[in-house]
Design a protein around this ligand. Structure first.
Ligand code: SF4
Length: 257
């Protein structure tokens, strides 16, 4: 029987320290601590260039996971090519859905899974391939930020999940203004759709320009209740899972009185 060894980290102390650190320092720590069992996920949209640029300065051979759903804007694919070349990234991996499952869902939904069953479409094209790619890793670096949306405002810089995986969000407390300062300061390329009002860019069938005054991710699945594709919510950090169990136990105790 194989035993999974889980790294012991003092998350409270680390998170307190990292709240005052620069994202590049957090990234360097994560790479030193977990390499080679570490990867960064990236959707290669406007804001992604910040983390990709920082990684390229530390170690351009770090594995970068890109979810190739087959529904990306052509502009995103071209932008990805440009960024990979310019930053010298040497280990970009495209993750794809199981072709049989994709075909079956396509048939069930008349070729429009994103309209008929967007949750299943995201699960099959994004969550499952990512789950597979995370197997064997100790750390997953992501570019999500608290100020992007209500659903992200509670994220920590370092989270621990069941099974010994750590998720590192070096940009958790970074604002949109900080991102734009960095892009300008380092003269980084800009996604061609940004100028047309696309503040957050995913698959073309599910992305619209954001409306003035709405949050940055308001153009994603606009008009639907869906706000996340699931890759940042399919696992619960240990602290959240523990809290949920305690709440359930309290409810049960209450009902037994
Ligand atoms: S974002 Fe839309 S097209 Fe892309 S995987 Fe999700 S539902 Fe499908």
């Amino acid at each position: 029987m194989s035993v999974v060894m889980t790294k012991k980290l003092n998350l409270e102390k680390l998170n307190a320290q990292f709240e005052k650190s620069q994202p590049a320092e957090i990234l360097r720590w994560a790479i030193d601590e977990f390499k080679p069992k570490v990867a960064l996920s990236s959707s290669f949209q406007t804001e992604s260039v910040v983390l990709l640029h920082m990684v390229s300065k530390i170690d351009p051979s770090i594995k970068v996971l890109f979810l190739e759903t087959g529904w990306h804007f052509q502009e995103t694919l071209e932008f990805k090519k440009e960024v990979v070349k310019r930053f010298g990234l040497t280990n970009v991996v495209e993750l794809k859905a199981d072709p049989k499952k994709r075909e079956a869902l396509g048939q069930e939904t008349g070729g429009k899974p994103y309209e008929m069953n967007p949750d299943q479409c995201c699960y099959m094209n994004k969550v499952e391939p990512l789950q597979e790619a995370l197997k064997g890793l100790e750390a997953w670096i992501s570019g999500i930020r608290r100020s992007q949306s209500k659903t992200r405002k509670e994220i920590k810089i370092v989270e621990e999940y069941q099974g010994g995986l750590f998720k590192i969000n070096p940009l958790a407390n970074v604002t949109s203004g900080d991102i734009w300062w960095y892009i300008k300061e380092h003269k980084l390329p800009q996604h061609p759709l940004f100028e047309q009002g696309y503040l957050s860019i995913g698959c073309w069938p599910c992305t619209k320009p954001a409306q003035p005054g709405d949050d940055e991710r308001s153009g994603r699945w606009a008009g639907k209740e869906k706000t996340e594709c699931g890759i940042h919510t399919f696992m619960k950090p240990k602290r959240a899972a523990k809290k949920e169990m305690e709440t359930q136990a309290e409810k049960q105790e209450g009902s037994e009185i």
